[in-house]
Design a protein around this ligand. Structure first.
Ligand SMILES: Cc1cc2nc3c(=O)[nH]c(=O)nc-3n(C[C@H](O)[C@H](O)[C@H](O)COP(=O)(O)O)c2cc1C
Length: 201
């Protein structure tokens, strides 16, 4: 497995963890290199093998590569202005959609969004294995997305993601340069994992 080196972005983990987890990060600069359809299918294949409550698989994805202008243009219109500034030329754009109710009884699926997040994690780690990067986005115009793609009742547009090979960090709008170059940080393990009881500060 040949994973690119991003020494300034590599996760500085406290304990040894898998190289794919250390290498993944969310860039805003992507190279011009196109992502092959077959490669994308591999990433969606990984996504569909994520676990989900009752194996409902409530994830749906609308995607387009930059060379597919019709779908791509529609996806660009679904992004918030902030994200349009850096993501509107990414090689691939994806809109995630959540199926809100269980298929077997039409009752609300309380964890549907959680499962879609899990699928995106699977997608992202498979992407890392292919030297690809994924930058997820909450900044989405949800009503517009529903309208543009005619998303039916019972499904809701949820997040977006930009996917591609990494580009030159100097080659992005100035507002984003610092973020692209700065070290990544995380809370300490003790701040997020409490042994046996809720941690009081
Ligand atoms: C669900 C989700 C929504 C996000 N929304 C945005 C967004 O709208 N715009 C953006 O530039 N980054 C967005 N991000 C990227 C995060 O800011 C980024 O993952 C975080 O700062 C940690 O950095 P890292 O992914 O490089 O480790 C989002 C990430 C996730 C998982």
């Amino acid at each position: 497995m040949d994973i690119p080196t991003n020494s300034h972005k590599k996760a500085d983990t406290e304990y040894p963890v898998h190289e794919i987890i250390k290498q993944r990060w969310s860039p805003r600069s992507f190279s011009e290199q196109e992502v092959r359809s077959e490669t994308l299918k591999q990433l969606f294949d990984a996504a569909r093998w994520a676990p989900s409550s009752f194996n409902e698989q409530p994830w749906r994805f609308i995607y387009a590569r930059r060379q597919d202008p019709e779908g791509y243009g529609k996806l660009v219109q679904c992004m918030g202005e902030y994200n349009q500034k850096w993501a509107s030329e990414a090689p691939v754009l994806i809109l995630t959609v959540v199926k809100e109710n269980f298929s077997k009884n039409n009752k609300p699926n309380r964890v549907a969004e959680y499962d879609v997040g899990a699928a995106m994690s699977y997608f992202t780690f498979e992407a890392t294995r292919h030297n690809l990067y994924v930058h997820q986005m909450a900044g989405v115009k949800l009503d517009r997305a529903r309208k543009i793609f005619d998303i039916p009742k019972g499904y809701k547009p949820w997040t977006m993601a930009a996917v591609g090979y990494k580009g030159d960090p100097d080659d992005i709008p100035e507002d984003f340069e610092d973020a692209e170059k700065k070290k990544r940080s995380r809370k300490e393990i003790d701040e997020i994992a409490f042994k046996g009881s809720w941690q009081k500060n």
